[in-house]
Design a binder for this molecule. Structure first.
Ligand code: GH3
Ligand code: MG
Ligand code: MG
Length: 394
């Protein structure tokens, strides 16, 4: 049968297990881990004190153990706030812990009432759990994955509701003499208390994992220097758009561009300036293209833009806007790049049943032709038929 004592030991065991789980994340730079670890360590420390009631001095199993559990809740909240990038109102929390601890002492040493002590601690934990739920709820929109945040927020709200119910029930029975007994009501509330910390910690771990995965995915999908899509991510998106265009008989175009005489920029202004120019080029490109278009860095100073639902005319216009804008931005004047910088662009539009590799190869040839023609130019790719004709004529 369940007993309050066995639940205390289950909670202690779960807190220790959570310490191991949290330790597995300690190498990451995720925020909040330190607070949650400390919270579980304090809980594991406070529970034997509760359980040893009668065997150790009362002030240890009442005042100290309750104070430790109050700090535990405050640390859990601090962890969630730090994870959300928010300050923790420590003066307020310390005042709450001090007031809560003082009331526990009063209702032990002055007016000995277990029920009132339960009301005090339950209200404290309910308020803290509510604050955790609200903090988490506010971060849902910006979270990389919503499920872990929802799970944790609703766990916090469930804990708050349970603690509030406990405060009301024990408030109504203020005169009853209660101890660590095994009455069904006590067991129910004890179970809520037992599961609260492991559940919130589990949620914290799920959220941390989701954040780590999101960061790793972003790093794999984006170029570190410019923030443009990485080559791998660009081709994955291009493949998806190709399938979509061919399924719906829609258009898809590609701009392939390369910085003109970039080596000269590096040689005469330094590699750092070269890097800055690459960053500016991507910023300029992203400001020029539509929201649905995708800019990727294919390597070195070569970039590509994928234009879904854009035929050749629209793609040529976009390329010309990009070329002219960069030429303009590199001229001396306010907001100038500070170095002369132009690009040559090859433009290809997906032909029926064409692969991305074949379209890219045509865009590459057009880019080569734009370079050969003097650079700072836009060139449309030949279609497959034109290429065959040109080859047989050559
Ligand atoms: P072209 O007009 O024919 O394209 O001439 P180019 O000088 O731009 O082409 P080339 O291929 O000769 O030189 C490209 C240079 O880009 C050489 C390489 O050092 C430089 N580069 C590649 N990646 C980076 C980078 O991340 N940062 C900087 N600063 N330079 C880079
Ligand atoms: Mg170049
Ligand atoms: Mg190049």
């Amino acid at each position: 049968m369940l007993s309050a004592l066995s639940l205390l030991f289950v909670m202690m065991a779960l807190s220790i297990m959570m310490l191991f789980v949290l330790h597995s994340l300690s190498h990451s730079d995720a925020r909040g881990i330190r607070e949650w670890t400390l919270a579980n360590a304090l809980a594991a420390l406070s529970l034997p004190l509760f359980a040893a009631r009668g065997l150790i001095p009362d002030w240890l199993s009442i005042e100290v153990s309750n104070a430790l559990l109050m700090v535990t809740s405050a640390l859990m909240l601090a962890g969630f706030r730090r994870q959300a990038g928010q300050e923790t109102p420590w003066p307020l929390l310390i005042a709450g812990i001090a007031a809560g601890s003082a009331l526990v002492a009063v209702f032990h040493l002055v007016l000995d009432s277990v029920a009132t002590r339960v009301v005090v601690t339950s209200v404290y934990h309910a308020v803290l759990a509510l604050a955790m739920g609200v903090t988490l709820q506010r971060t849902i929109a910006a979270a990389p994955r919503r499920y872990p945040v929802r799970f944790t927020a609703w766990s916090a709200f469930a804990v708050a509701a349970g603690m509030l119910a406990r405060a009301i029930v024990y408030g109504l029975r203020a005169n009853a003499s209660l101890r660590l007994d095994d009455s069904p009501l006590n067991i129910i509330f004890f179970s809520i208390g037992t599961l609260a910390l492991p559940m919130l910690t589990l949620g914290a771990v799920m959220m941390t994992n989701a954040a780590i995965i999101a960061r790793a995915t972003y790093a794999a999908d984006h170029d570190h220097l410019t923030g443009a899509h990485s080559r791998r991510a660009f081709f994955a998106l291009a493949e998806r758009e190709r399938a979509r265009a061919q399924r719906r008989h829609g258009a898809l175009s590609l701009l392939l561009f390369d910085v003109d005489h970039f080596k000269r920029i590096n040689d005469s202004h330094g590699h750092a300036t070269g890097d800055r120019v690459l960053v500016e080029i991507v910023l300029h490109t992203q400001a020029t293209i539509r929201g649905v278009d995708v800019c990727g860095r294919l390597g070195g100073e070569e970039f590509a833009v994928l234009l879904p639902d854009a035929g050749e005319t629209m793609a040529l216009q976009a390329a010309e806007r990009l070329r002219a804008g960069l030429e303009c931005a590199s001229r001396p004047g306010p907001g100038s790049l500070g170095v002369p910088c132009t690009v040559s662009i090859g433009v290809a539009t997906l032909a029926p049943n064409e692969t991305i590799a074949a379209m890219l190869s045509r865009a590459d040839q057009a880019l080569y032709a734009a370079k050969a023609g003097g650079r700072n130019a836009v060139m449309a790719a030949q279609t497959g038929v034109e290429r065959m004709r040109a080859a047989s004529a050559g």
